[in-house]
Write a protein that binds this ligand. Sequence first.
Ligand code: DGI
Ligand code: FE
Ligand code: FE
Length: 204
Amino acid sequence: MKEYKKLRGEIIDRLQKELKDSRYRHTLGVESTAVALARRFGADEQEASIAALLHDVAKYVPAEEQLEWIRKGKIGAQFPDIDQYPKLLHAFAGAEICAHDYPQLPECVIDAIRYHTTGRSHMGLMEKIIFAADYIEPGRVQFIGLQEAREQTFADLDLGVGLILKQTIAYLEQNGAPCFPLTQEAYKHFVDDSMNVLEKLPGV
Ligand code: DGI
Ligand code: FE
Ligand code: FE
């Protein structure tokens, strides 16, 4: 990536200003995990680093401002009820903000930011890496299934994504939170359909 070092430095400065401390540390954990996954699965490590650094950049942008970015952005018209899913806004808004602020970034980096929370069916390699790295980064507070998700992801990225989707949907059900259509489609693709992940996963 052209001028990677300079860009990374600029982004680090921005994150230190715009993110809370704990979110900043999480972001660096996602970066190191994403770079490791990129090396393991043959993706561009610099692109993984930048996508990871930017994935939560919109976390503290006011909700109304996030909605404005989304409404005028790529998927706004597709999901008019997006305001019913407050936890998802930062991913969709973050992608629009980054496409605007860093026009040099490739589409795969922007899409990795856009789909890092929900996933989607037919995710590209960079999307899978950021989706998984966000979930398994070393700073995540321990919860049931985290260690298995880590091991599974480094063994087989598709199986890792499938396991993470399965655990996320179980978590949403437990908490009575609605599952977003993209997450349902991702689950169908990675867990139910072609990949038959469930049959390959030991006792989950
Ligand atoms: O931003 P992070 O905290 O690092 O992690 P994230 O972007 O994966 O956001 C996780 C939150 O998003 C978590 O509280 C669960 C929620 N979430 C993930 N998928 C869905 C969802 N919430 C709803 N309502 N529907 C989803 O499909
Ligand atoms: Fe996030
Ligand atoms: Fe995150």
